[in-house]
Design a binder for this molecule. Structure first.
Ligand code: TPP
Ligand code: MG
Length: 916
């Protein structure tokens, strides 16, 4: 049989001028494949393409293949499972997953999703019965990023596995009920023994999975953990692929040859509102992107029922038709059924003749690949066997598969479906409630019959859960399969093995005063390079992470001393080889240099900061970045980090609205501390001096990695160099951690007035200067405090307030900020390089004495001095604020304030900085 040239003569190919010659070439090719195999054919074709390309032929880039399965039926491996039992298990999981959403919505309005898992059931069940490894003594278990809103599926399975009970299932999305409920989506914070990683914010699962797989290589190459046979799986939706985070980093996975990573993209052709690519084909588009990026792409488009038809497609007409139909039409076929498909898909006499022998029902039952266990198994097997490349499996499915009635499979509304409604006969005597109930039962009956569940009609109205007896073949099979694979998945390790505490000496060299001025950023580099990373107990565990800003932060000596991690080592001689700042890459490098990629860096931070649980190794990430490109740019990942119970240090460098000289509006951060505050497990600090930094970091390491406190730290560090004073004494340690301590008191002779001055970060220097001015020019005494964390002060105050409110007759607790300031004299003025709201948080606990200055408004390009004047946070403005507060208390004359404003050259009629 000749291969037909029509098969190829589509698209941009020129018209066939000599069909006989074409047929001869195709005959030769067929013979070649038959006798020497497809590899030889590929070699010859690539050679021919290269020669033709040189001669100027316009050749297709070849990143997509036909709209058919990548794995040919004859290449499918033997299916090792029991198909009948697996189908039964899957049907029960389907039922229970649906039942939990229906139950939750019968009495409440808490929502949930039925259709997503319905389309993905085979994808998860094949993995559960044959692939996902569980945690054993020698294997940490595969890491699976479950598609968030498919969560009813994993819950329904865990119910059969005996890990969740009926009460919990009944309380899906009602977590505050007695007996506990189940969180809507994967949230390790809420279900710490069950979920490992949060995923439901679309795009975060995919990017986290890539960096997780790469981090496993890092752990292996640095000898920190055995991760070779740990597979990272990510299940995502086709609609989800439109998120930039989903596909933005796929080249990294190919570049790093992450064959420990498998993505399964459930191409049900629909997202929430409608088709993902109604006018095109999502599978083809994704194939091109992934293949172009260097991934192994496996398409699972058609189920086994199509095999015969495709085999009989001698003219290529069927494949052409498959390619020509757009996703919007494919969706319609699901809804309209067999007769419609025969008329509209098989739309030529040739195509119609191919399905003559099939009834309409049989045509409707020609399944898509993702509902065929044989095809899905073959794809997974090929993925785990693939060496040197990550694999993406593009699986075509039906959204809402098997869900009958209104809003059921294939409908645009199916994503939001929470209640079933089958057809019933019209009956004017029925109330709306009765109709609803009857329609539900009608739909459930159809579902029950299709998936062969053992309920009587009468039982259906209650939407019962179903769990077969423990000795039933299904339950035995399910438990045996999971035992053979090492245990259940998902499952999160909660046991914690503390690391030995670091040596005080790794920190205390930052306690003395500096000889030369230096910035807190450089103090951090020193702390890392000379102290923490050389510490015997924890040095090796430290993972510095940086996007493309290491030079800005003074990190190159660290590159040279500790190496930048590269799975390839260094295949070139760096231009600066031999210097102390050489760009040294190495397979054992300790630093993760992520390039211009804050989201990827944050994903690395999450992988490193959760390794204590995932791999039982307490790696300590320090992710340093431009503070402006932190929470505001990748805030959702920071939130996910907290949900994942991540630990480590985020270092917001080039911090402050006025400090990063010249950079302007897009770079000058005066609000990251406000965003940090929104994350319950993030402790945020704005230290001024090197010793404060050392104290906070030592405390943080001990707290997170020795004492098992579930939190991560955010520290702002600045790039302005100034004299770092010596640590005043051990007693300041507690105040630094709690957020406030006194730094310096100045009492001029005969002082009549007193004020309290609070400063944070670099602005503490201006506050100290204000102290001098107040003393020397106005004879006002003052104490300056370093406010290292308003967030900690506020949290403590809230706790005291709440305790006192709920224990009205007990001993009242005094907020720490009051303990420090309540008995002091005079007004309290606070200034920082952050917005006023930050300091104002503690206002309610200070008896109306607080005035907060801050950097509200857009930054702009200017010198530090001019910006601090502009934002009214400099020494002169602090002085004016102090004098005015004294004048309000009638301790000095208002004329003094007016004169000060004039003396300092402040324009009282300038517009407010936040308005311009
Ligand atoms: C960042 C983000 N935006 C929007 C949503 C709301 N949302 C939840 S599911 C969904 C549609 C998902 O479609 P797809 O990825 O194709 O998954 P499917 O349910 O079809 O498998 C949307 C928009 C979200 N969870 N996260
Ligand atoms: Mg979808």
């Amino acid at each position: 049989m000749h291969a037909n040239p029509d098969v190829l003569a589509k698209g941009r190919l020129p018209v066939d001028a000599d069909p006989i010659e074409t047929a001869e070439w195709l005959d030769s090719l067929e013979a070649l494949i038959k006798h020497q195999g497809p590899d030889r054919a590929q070699f010859l074709l690539e050679t021919l393409i290269a020669v033709a390309g040189k001669a100027g032929a316009k050749l297709p880039s070849g990143v997509t293949t036909g709209y058919v399965n990548t794995i040919q039926p004859e290449d499918q491996p033997r299916f090792p499972g029991n198909r009948e039992i697996e189908r039964k298990i899957k049907s029960i999981v389907r039922w229970n997953a649906m039942a939990m959403v229906l139950k939750a919505n019968k009495n409440t309005n808490v929502g949930g999703h039925i259709s997503t898992f319905a389309s993905a059931a085979t994808l998860y069940e094949i993995a559960q019965n044959h692939f996902f490894k569980g945690r054993t003594a020698d294997h940490p278990g595969d890491v699976v990023f479950f598609q968030g809103h498919a969560s009813p599926g994993p819950y329904a399975r865990a119910f059969l596995e005996g890990r969740l009970n009926e009460t919990q299932l009944t309380n899906f999305r009602q977590e505050l009920q007695p007996g506990g409920g189940l969180s809507s989506y994967p949230h390790p914070w809420l279900m710490p023994e069950f979920w490992q990683y949060p995923t439901v914010s679309m795009g975060l699962g995919p990017i986290m999975s890539i960096y997780h797989a790469r981090y496993n290589r890092y752990l292996r190459d640095r000898g920190l953990a055995k991760t070779d046979d740990v597979r990272v799986w990510a299940f995502l939706g086709d609609g989800e692929c439109d998120e930039p985070e989903s596909l933005g980093c796929i080249t990294l996975a190919a570049r790093e040859k992450l064959d420990n990573l498998t993505w399964v993209i459930n191409c049900n052709l629909q997202r929430l509102d409608g088709p993902v690519r109604g006018n095109g084909k999502i599978i083809q588009e994704l194939e091109g992107m992934f293949r172009g990026a260097g991934w192994n792409v496996i398409k699972v488009v058609w189920g086994s029922g199509w095999d015969e038809l495709i085999k009989a497609d001698y003219t290529g007409a069927l494949q052409r038709r498959m390619m020509e139909v757009v996703d919007g039409e494919y969706q319609e076929y699901v809804v309209k059924g067999g007769e419609w498909i025969r008329e509209n898909f098989f739309n030529s006499p040739e195509l119609k003749s191919m399905v003559e022998h099939l009834s309409d029902d049989q045509i409707a039952n020609l399944r898509r690949g993702g509902h065929d266990p044989i095809k899905v198994y073959a794809a997974y097997k090929a993925a785990v066997d693939c060496k040197g490349q990550p694999t993406v499996i593009l699986v075509k499915t039906v959204k809402g598969y098997g869900i009958p009635g209104d809003g059921g499979e294939g409908k645009n509304t199916t994503h939001q479906l929470k209640m079933l409604a089958g057809p019933i006969e019209a009956d004017p005597n029925l109330s709306d409630e009765q109709k609803k109930s009857k329609r539900l039962v009608a739909a459930l009956r159809t579902f029950r019959d299709r998936f062969e569940l053992p309920f009587t009609d009468d039982q259906l109205a209650d939407v019962p859960f179903y769990k077969p007896a423990p000795d039933s073949p299904e339950m035995k099979y399910l438990i045996e399969r999971r035992a053979a694979l090492g245990g259940f998945n998902p499952s999160r390790r909660t046991e914690f093995t503390p690391c030995p505490p670091p040596d005080r000496k790794s920190f205390d060299f930052l306690y003395p005063a500096t000889i030369k001025p230096r910035s807190t950023t450089l103090a951090w580099v020193d702390l890392m390079a000379k102290g923490v990373m050389r510490d015997k107990a924890i040095g090796k565990l430290v993972v510095p992470i940086v996007p493309d800003e290491g030079q800005t932060f003074g990190m190159p000596p660290m590159y040279s001393a500790f190496g930048i991690y590269s799975s390839k080592g260094q295949l070139y001689r760096p231009v600066d080889a031999g210097t102390s700042t050489a760009y040294r890459e190495s397979t054992s490098g300790q630093i993760l240099q992520e390039g211009i990629n804050e989201a990827g860096s944050m994903a690395s931070f999450i992988a490193a900061g959760t390794a204590y649980s995932t791999h039982g190794v307490n790696t300590i990430p320090f992710y340093i970045y431009y503070s402006m490109f932190g929470f505001q740019r990748i805030g959702d990942l920071a939130w996910a980090a907290a949900d994942a119970r991540c630990r480590g240090f985020l270092m917001g460098a080039t911090a402050g609205r006025t400090t990063i000289n010249g950079e302007g509006l897009q770079h000058e951060d005066g609000h990251s501390h406000l965003v940090a505050m929104t994350i319950p497990t993030c402790r945020a600090y704005d230290p001024a001096f090197a010793y404060e930094l050392a104290v906070i970091i030592e405390h943080g390491i001990n707290s997170m990695f020795v004492q098992n406190v579930e939190e991560f730290y955010y520290l702002t560090v600045y790039n302005e160099a100034y004299d770092m004073p010596a640590m005043p004494g051990e007693e300041c340690r507690d105040g630094i951690i709690r957020g406030l301590y006194a730094v310096k008191t100045v009492t001029p002779p005969n002082a009549k007035q007193t004020v309290q001055l609070l400063g944070s970060g670099v602005i503490l220097n201006d506050v100290l200067r204000a102290q001098q001015i107040l003393a020397e020019k106005y004879g006002v005494a003052s104490t300056v405090y370093s406010a290292t964390s308003y967030q900690q002060l506020k949290r403590d105050a809230l706790e005291c307030e709440r305790h006192n409110r709920l224990h009205p007759t007990g001993d009242a607790k005094t907020p720490y900020v009051r303990q420090v300031l309540a008995d002091t004299k005079g007004p309290i003025i606070a200034s920082s390089d952050y917005m006023r709201t930050l300091a104002e948080q503690v206002g309610p606990y200070l008896d109306g004495r607080l005035t907060a200055l801050g950097t509200d408004g857009f930054g702009r390009s200017e010198t530090r001095k001019n910006l601090r004047r502009f934002f009214e946070v400099d020494a002169e403005h602090v002085t004016v604020a102090a004098l005015f507060a004294l004048a309000q208390r009638k301790e000095i004359d208002r004329g003094v304030v007016k004169q000060a404003i004039a003396d300092f050259g402040i324009n009282p009629d300038a517009p407010a900085p936040w308005t311009v």
